[in-house]
Design a binder for this molecule. Structure first.
Ligand code: SF4
Ligand code: SF4
Length: 324
């Protein structure tokens, strides 16, 4: 998953100004990190849930933001999702919560269509979306397209520089009145999907700059400031019956397990829907800085001189997610 369309809201700008002031005061007092209580409270309510339908993926892009090349096979379970979404609906019956299906690769989940049907019934008036690499779309069932149409799903497809036949699913989507939005990573070369060999040296696809989200294994980032400045926070991600602050939090387990690094994921970093008593508890969770952000620089290519990286297949090396 690569998302480049994160928009930092107005509240973020206001909070940013307040933070500068607090940080300046803190600098004068020679303290390195202001206290949490010094920061303005942000009132934010749960407005969207991104369901990480599968943590793994059928592609293995280097620098993958969700660490999918490192992930073992892990699906969100249909029955658990049903229980948890029903509970959220009971807690906030009047909120039209946007539901997104993301990954890894969401179309790998064999229950995806059932989940979409359930979401369509539970949240008929909410916005709905699927973020996919499109590799399996030409094999999806009629039922899948029916539910996609019924729920008016928006499809975000990343067009990787691969020789994938896209005409078939584009036709089906068109016949069903479904709008497909492509995102194009900048890519000088075209690759063969199966052999991973370069098949066109001069492909030169224009698009957004490929980058990596750099982790800080020392855990010394200012996580309180990240609450206000990170454009990726608030991409509330659901997996394992929990809500996570962003997709990095939801998937960092794959990175930890694969490289055997010591990054503690604490009880403050996620919220278990089954244990929640009221919607304010979730709203508060969303509004509060998370200790896990200490391990994320969240700088993408600004950390390494603004140069876009070249898209390629992952070699599962730790430097794909660290400064290197
Ligand atoms: S398509 Fe690539 S970037 Fe997206 S989840 Fe799969 S491996 Fe990661
Ligand atoms: S881990 Fe924290 S700093 Fe990194 S992308 Fe997520 S919210 Fe932002």
């Amino acid at each position: 998953m690569k998302r480049r369309d994160f928009i930092c809201g107005f509240s973020c700008l206001l909070a940013g100004a307040a933070i500068s002031e607090i940080r300046n005061k803190a600098a004068n007092k020679k303290t390195s990190y202001p206290k949490l209580s010094d920061y303005p409270e942000l009132e934010e309510g749960l407005g969207s849930i991104n369901i990480a339908a599968a943590s793994h993926c059928n592609l293995s892009c280097k620098n993958c933001d969700t660490f999918s090349p490192l992930s073992s096979s892990e699906f969100v379970e249909y029955e658990q999702l049903k229980k948890d979404l029903k509970k959220v609906k009971e807690l906030a019956p009047d909120r039209d919560i946007h539901i997104g299906f993301i990954g890894g690769e969401p179309t790998l989940n064999p229950d995806l269509t059932k989940m979409m049907k359930f979401v369509n019934e539970l949240y008929p008036n909410s916005g709905k979306s699927i973020l996919t690499n499109g590799l399996l779309l030409d094999r999806m069932s009629e039922e899948f397209w029916k539910e996609a149409k019924k729920g008016n799903y928006s499809f975000g497809i990343t067009k990787y520089p691969l020789n994938i036949p896209r005409e078939k699913y584009e036709k089906i989507a068109k016949e069903n009145g479904i709008n497909i939005n492509y995102d194009y990573p900048q890519a000088p070369k075209l690759y063969d999907l199966n052999t991973h060999e370069v098949i066109d040296e001069n492909y030169n696809q224009e698009g957004f700059a490929w980058s990596k989200n750099i982790l800080d294994l020392t855990g010394s980032q200012d996580y309180i400031e990240k609450r206000y400045t990170c454009p990726h926070k608030g991409i509330i991600t659901y997996t394992r019956g929990n809500l996570y602050y962003c997709y990095v939090h939801a998937h960092i387990k794959s990175f930890i397990d694969y490289f055997k690094v010591n990054i503690p994921v604490t009880k403050d970093d996620y919220i278990k829907i089954a244990e929640v008593k009221d919607i304010q508890e979730i709203d508060k969770f969303i509004s509060t800085p998370k200790p896990l952000c200490r391990f994320c620089k969240q700088c993408h290519n600004t950390c390494y001189g603004g140069k876009p990286l070249e898209w390629g297949f992952s070699k599962r090396e730790i430097t794909e997610w660290t400064m290197g």
